[in-house]
Design a binder for this molecule. Structure first.
Ligand SMILES: Nc1nc2c(c(=O)[nH]1)N[C@H]1C(S)=C(S)[C@@H](COP(=O)(O)O)O[C@H]1N2
Ligand SMILES: [Mo]
Length: 170
């Protein structure tokens, strides 16, 4: 086939365009993904769509300005189950010294003991929220935020969650 310089340039232009588009797209999916790693059988990288496919929980709370807020998300123990983390009857012995370290985009980190996340141990709810009042969490808060409704002090309500890491304490 006869290929003149014009066609060749058009071809190269489109090729470079699609390469840089997929790089940009790849980066944004990476940024919007939640990593689950460490002492897990199956490390995960989850997008909002993946979390929406899991069982959900709705948490109604009031913010510091007394406004009603309705968070929707996935109970943390459901995410841990998907990753194959020790739970329930298996959560005994040395596994009781495991913890869940949650890290955010700004470097903020909070920690829960693994037993604290387990419905066989406690009624406590820890939910990774992806929705606030029916809309996706805004940037600066989302795409994921931990919500711990029985904790009045909201210091562990970590915004912009990027990773959940399970570890032994030593
Ligand atoms: N990523 C991140 N999450 C965070 C913090 C932070 O500095 N970075 N501060 C925490 C503290 S100390 C509080 S009191 C609440 C405040 O939540 P609000 O901004 O929704 O009022 O967010 C928590 N989550
Ligand atoms: Mo705080």
């Amino acid at each position: 086939m006869y290929l003149n310089a014009n066609k060749l340039f058009t071809f190269i232009f489109i090729l470079l365009g699609s390469i840089s588009w997929s790089v940009v797209k790849g980066q944004s999916t990476l940024q919007n993904a939640l990593r689950v790693e460490g002492e897990v059988l199956k490390p995960l990288s989850l997008a909002v769509e993946d979390l929406k496919a899991l069982p959900d929980a709705v948490i109604k709370v009031k913010n510091r300005d007394k406004q009603k807020q309705r968070y929707r998300g996935v109970p943390l123990h459901e995410i841990l189950k998907l990753a194959g983390v020790t739970q329930g009857e298996q959560l005994r012995g040395e596994s009781l010294a495991k913890y869940v370290l949650v890290s955010a985009a700004d470097g903020y980190e909070v920690l829960f003991s693994l037993a604290e996340t387990d419905p066989m141990f406690t009624q406590k709810k820890i939910v990774l929220a992806y929705e606030l009042n029916g809309a996706p969490l805004p940037s600066g808060i989302g795409p994921f935020r931990m919500v711990v409704p029985d904790e009045d002090r909201q210091a562990r309500w970590i915004r912009e969650v990027r990773s959940i890491r399970i570890e032994f304490h030593k």
